[in-house]
Unconditional design. Structure first.
Length: 331
């Protein structure tokens, strides 16, 4: 395998199955790593040393970089900066609020126009006769925060997504400091921002450093990381939206959870035990339950509590008008 591709099929392990009427009709394979609260590897599945694009699992790193660059974000404002939101009215109001801090026009957002992924919000938008807008794109909070960092540091707003821009250089520095790795490749994420390929092990260690930091740390980077972690755990609805796995897990179990496109997931339990995983086929439908089961197996979450949450994660397989199976983790 070259350094510029994800884990190979032969190096993956089964993480979950899709069962219909007692018959397993699909399997999701991938790789995962579990870290103890003190950062030791307690479980490794597949090849966590293979590089991957973390996609939106890089958002906590990007948000911390922004916050440590002179942008005061707390509570819901910090949460929307690391969110992959569904475009509800509440989400859009938070994004507008960030932009209004520096009188930045929504037209400055570098993410593409989109419709809300939240069904109710999308239907209301259509009834009102409106169409796609950059504010509704799930990464608009991150982009608004990035623009605020540019204003705070007198960096140009133009080209803020270019990897050579001072903002993106600052973000890359934070990623390298927290993961302990230099990316093996850089690409363009779906929202237009740079995305850097690191190993799953590096991602797990970096996320754990963020989610176990204290908001009272004497070091600015870790102080902001602690504040971000508190904001996410206290405002789960902001991170995704109604009925979304991240928001449900955060609100019900007190974890720090962040999904990324193409089947990537990061999760930290209240005691600091951390999980990072990649579903090889890119499907995200099993990633949350796999992460939760891995935390249960590590003794970091209560099995019965996770069972109760699983019932809310839309893991059912339908047959006609009934439920005939489920998506279940096999780790």
């Amino acid at each position: 395998m070259s350094a510029a591709e994800v884990i190979g099929v032969a190096d993956a392990v089964e993480l979950a199955v899709v069962e219909r009427s007692g018959f397993v009709e699909s399997r999701h394979s991938g790789t995962a790593i579990v870290l103890s609260p003190d950062g030791q590897v307690v479980r490794s599945l597949g090849d966590p040393e293979a590089p991957l694009f973390p996609r939106s699992c890089l958002k906590p790193f990007q948000a911390v970089a922004v916050m440590a660059s002179g942008v005061a974000l707390r509570g819901e404002d910090a949460a929307i900066a690391t969110a992959s939101h569904t475009g509800t009215a509440g989400h859009v109001a938070l994004v507008r609020g960030l932009l209004d801090r520096a009188n930045i026009s929504p037209a400055r957002l570098g993410c593409p126009p989109a419709m809300p992924s939240d069904r109710a919000a999308r239907e209301q938008l259509i009834r009102d006769g409106n169409g796609p807008d950059r504010l509704y794109m799930n990464c608009s909070g991150k982009h608004a925060a990035m623009l605020l960092a540019c204003v705070a540091n007198n960096w140009p707003l133009e080209g803020y997504l270019d990897p050579r821009h001072p903002l993106q250089k600052r973000i890359l520095d934070v990623i390298e400091r927290l993961t302990g790795e230099k990316p093996v490749a850089t690409g363009i994420d779906g929202c237009g921002a740079p995305v850097h390929a690191i190993t799953l092990r590096g991602l797990a260690h970096g996320v754990q450093r963020i989610t176990t930091s204290s908001a009272s740390s004497p070091f600015a980077l870790y102080r902001e990381a602690g504040a971000l972690t508190e904001a996410v755990r206290e405002n789960g609805w902001v991170i995704a939206g109604p009925g979304q796995p991240d928001s449900i897990a955060i609100d019900r179990l007190g974890v720090f959870a962040k999904a990324g496109a193409e089947g990537v997931m990061i999760m930290t339990a209240p005691d600091g035990t951390s999980v990072a995983l990649k579903v090889l086929d890119g499907s995200s439908r099993a990633s949350a339950i796999v992460a939760l089961r891995l935390l249960v197996s590590a003794g970091a979450l209560d099995s019965a509590a996770v069972d109760a949450v699983a019932a809310e994660l839309d893991l059912w397989v339908s047959g006609g008008s009934g439920r005939v199976g489920e998506i279940r983790a096999t780790v």
